[in-house]
Design a protein around this ligand. Structure first.
Ligand SMILES: Nc1ncnc2c1ncn2[C@@H]1O[C@H](COP(=O)(O)OP(=O)(O)OP(=O)(O)O)[C@@H](O)[C@H]1O
Length: 795
């Protein structure tokens, strides 16, 4: 009902208690009535009601008042009222359950009649039939016109439902007197027997008074068919049963949810809150409050599973087995959050799935990429339109057990929007000290996440928010070498893709050379995802040829119907099926390696999709001494060019360099692949070397790639991504690499077979770099940090 709020005291109360910061806060209020009279005393029975909405009216410039739309929940006995507090306790209606069959019939008939009356009075309010008799009497009374204030109070004070029915009927009679109750008669089964309201009322009165022996007569005339209220009632009952069976934790959680359920029972279906509360209760039913899957406790089996699903990655498997072993030995382990970090397509997601399989737990994946809002993780409050639970609660609902493995995919791609930092919400989820009482704003009661195993993945660990990074244990997964990819393709990808396209080994075989050509010329990646797609394309082509051959007719002209099985895929077939390789055509590395041009150096770079070999080019041209930098370079990389130049200018005399030309001509430094942004200090060695070569006119070894940060005094500092960079050199057939000496330990992570085929040199300073890269003698440099012996690099 609508409730105008006009007095200063009530306006102030609404301002401070009902209106929250973000609009209307969900709240229950006690509506108190006053007895009119000299002393205006408080009427002892009040109403507890839920505020559904409010309207604010401004009167003049300063005054305002409200109209609240409230929904009565129950009667309350007012115990004490003063300015700051109202003490009251809930009153339950009496005579709710029908004691005898006759009473039940009375209740049923009364309900049907009140439904019709309420429908007529409230014009169009649907689903009134769902209400209990208790709620129906209150609804009819509040809607009936011409009821005096005192009569309303008298009605409010009446706890006996059946007496209230009588009171409503009396008022209906008064209201309807003289009118035909056609609306009643058409709704009931036997319209002829119910001509007007008097008939209905009389009949109901009689029903209550009928002696037992005559009740059968009445039943003969009683409506035989339901008018549609049994069904909704049983729906609510069903909901109640499901809630009882949902395994809710005893205590505050269950109390809160059952209170919501009671509220739902008393809501008219037309209320705006009705569908919202229904969806809420359904979510509560669907959540696995006490469903746990039992963990497999066999480490041998887990090892087998991991081995079967994944080729190589021994370190990763070892770490995961350790994790599983501790988990199995100590069941209540506050498990560390593993973060699988590495380039795309190296198997992070599939390793996480294997962990779930090994433990026999359900698996769920939450893609965090692009999430910018806290409510994506923690949900929206139910007061918002279209409110939903957050992704954590949603994935638990889908997991159907309270202890799944949840993959938080791409934590490094979390955004930061105007509505709170999602990584802050994830902190609570991942913290074992807090997550047993994780409270989603939509659910509004704590849900225990302590049994969930969270695994995160990231491509770039530098972009993981610090606080999250702190809580996670990093498991680094690096890119695959050509040999590893070949093995993965043969043992996993090809059988998987052949099975997916129904191509059996009887129909198709693929040579190692063909796979190698796929890896080298048709894919450009750290992982094996593109390779998987390319193999899929080959399988589809073979499937088409096989199908054509099977259905060979005269017009089967797509491919030759005469096929020798198995169809053997060689490198030429790859070219035929996938077209010419763009990489083969565009790759100018081979050209560069053959050239002897000064000012050109091979550098190594790290990107989120693995390592890269970059050709760094420099040139002097007529001009005014401008330094031109092209290739989409960031601030730090530009600074390292400046450092290289300054170092060479400062040491021009020592290295017998004529730097006067630099001031008179324009110096151009270019890095290829201009569409890709490049930054970082690790190209310092390559720049210093390229500029030295350009100024001195002496060529640099082109069979070698270099990486390292350079200081102004010529020291070479360590860099990141060493493994990826070395693998990139190997992939590009550059078999000699120069690294900072401080990175020596990082090479231990590289596969032994790759290391064997490479020549890796370590340097402390630029002079050592020159010695290893420049042909011909170098001047003697006498300094503490630089060796003094004149050495010429051997090609
Ligand atoms: N070592 C491996 N052995 C077998 N299959 C592998 C291996 N590494 C990757 N794969 C396969 O490569 C495909 C891509 O892997 P996956 O989706 O797990 O990559 P990812 O690292 O999660 O990538 P992203 O970072 O893009 O999410 C999967 O089909 C996976 O099974």
């Amino acid at each position: 009902m609508r409730l105008p709020v006009l007095t200063d005291k009530n306006l102030a109360m609404i301002d401070s208690n009902v209106l929250g910061k973000d609009g209307i806060a969900p709240m229950t209020m006690i509506v108190i009535a006053y007895k009119h009279g000299k002393d205006n005393t408080v009427f002892p029975i009040g109403t507890s009601a839920i505020v559904e909405s409010f309207t604010c009216y401004t009167v003049g410039n300063t005054r305002h008042h409200y109209t609240l739309q409230v929904n009565g929940v129950s009667r309350v006995q007012i115990a004490e009222v003063n300015d700051s507090v109202t003490k009251c306790y809930t009153l339950n209606s009496t005579n709710m359950g029908a004691a005898t069959k006759a009473d039940q019939e009375f209740v049923d008939t009364a309900k049907k009649m009140l439904v019709v009356v309420a429908n007529k009075l409230l014009q169009g309010e649907e689903n009134i039939a769902r209400l209990t008799l208790d709620a129906l009497t209150d609804l009819c009374m509040s809607a009936l016109p011409q009821v005096t204030y005192l009569e309303q109070l008298e009605f409010l004070a009446e706890l006996d439902v059946l007496k209230r029915v009588d009171m409503v009927i009396a008022h209906v009679r008064k209201f309807m007197s003289g009118r035909k109750l056609a609306l009643v008669t058409v709704k009931l089964d036997n319209p002829e027997s119910l001509k007007n309201d008097d008939t209905v009322v009389e009949r109901m009165r009689k029903t209550r008074a009928i002696p037992a022996e005559k009740r059968s007569d009445y039943r003969l005339h009683a409506p035989r068919k339901s008018i549609g209220e049994d069904e909704p009632m049983s729906e609510t009952n069903n909901l109640g049963k499901q809630l009882q069976a949902a395994g809710l934790p005893e205590g505050p959680v269950k109390d809160t949810i059952m209170a919501e359920f009671r509220k739902y029972q008393n809501l008219p279906t037309s209320a705006a809150e009705h569908p919202v509360l229904r969806s809420y209760l359904q979510l509560v039913i669907d959540l696995p409050w006490s469903k746990l899957t039992s963990d497999k406790m066999d480490i041998k089996e887990s090892r087998k599973l991991l081995e079967a699903d994944h080729e190589g990655m021994d370190d990763v498997k070892k770490r995961i087995l350790e994790f599983l072993a501790v988990k199995q030995l100590k069941n209540d382990l506050k498990a560390p959050i593993l973060c699988l970090a590495g380039p795309p397509g190296v198997g992070k997601t599939s390793v996480a799935k294997s962990i779930a399989n090994a433990l026999g737990r359900n698996f769920q994946r939450i893609a965090l990429g692009g999430i910018r809002d806290q409510s994506d993780i923690r949900g929206h409050r139910r007061t918002y339109v279209g409110a939903m639970p957050g992704r954590i609660i949603n994935s638990l609902k889908q997991a159907k057990s309270r202890n799944p493995v949840i993959l938080l995919d791409e934590v490094d791609k979390l955004g930061h929007g105007p509505h709170g930092d999602p990584s802050a919400a994830l902190l609570e989820v991942l913290d074992p000290e807090q997550n047993h009482t994780f409270t989603d704003l939509y659910l509004n009661v704590p849900f225990d996440l302590s049994q969930v195993i969270f695994i995160a993945t990231a491509n770039d660990i530098n972009k993981i928010p610090n606080a999250l990074y702190d809580r996670m244990e990093l498991v680094q997964m690096s890119s695959y070498s050509l040999l590893e990819k070949l093995k993965i393709a043969k043992t996993h990808i090809i059988p998987k893709q052949m099975a997916a396209h129904a191509v059996t080994p009887d129909y198709m075989s693929i040579t190692d050379e063909a796979i190698t050509s796929l890896i080298e010329y048709y894919t450009h990646e750290a992982g094996v995802r593109q390779l998987e797609r390319a193999i899929g394309a080959i399988c589809r082509n073979v499937a088409l040829r096989v199908a054509e051959a099977i259905n060979a007719g005269i017009d089967a002209d797509v491919v030759s119907p005469r096929v020798d099985y198995p169809i053997n895929i060689a490198p030429t077939d790859v070219e035929h099926i996938l077209g010419n390789s763009k990489r083969k055509k565009n790759n100018n590395l081979a050209e560069v390696r053959k050239s002897n041009e000064p000012g050109v150096v091979l550098g190594l770079a790290w990107t989120p999709v693995g390592g890269e070999v970059l050709v760094i080019e420099t040139a002097l041209s007529e001009g005014k001494g401008t330094v031109i930098l092209t290739g989409n370079l960031g601030t730090v990389i530009k600074e390292s060019i400046q450092v290289a130049l300054s170092f060479l200018r400062a040491n021009a005399v020592k290295y017998e360099l004529d730097v006067s030309g630099i001031g008179k001509s324009d110096l151009h430094v270019h890095l290829p692949a201009g569409a890709v942004g490049k930054d970082g200090p690790s190209a310092g060695c390559a720049f210093t070397l390229a500029l030295f070569s350009l100024i001195s006119g002496r060529a640099v070894r082109k069979d070698t790639a270099v990486t390292g940060e350079v200081t102004l005094t010529g020291k070479v500092l360590p860099v990141g991504g060493v493994k990826e960079k070395v693998l990139a050199a190997h992939r590009n057939k550059v078999y000699r690499v120069i690294l900072p000496r401080a990175n020596q330990l990082d090479t231990q992570d590289i596969d032994a077979t790759i290391l064997k085929s490479l020549e890796i040199e370590f340097v402390d300073n630029v002079h050592e770099l020159f010695r290893l890269m420049i042909d011909g003698p170098l001047p003697i440099i006498s300094s503490n940090s630089v060796p003094a012996d004149p050495i010429s690099a051997k090609m």
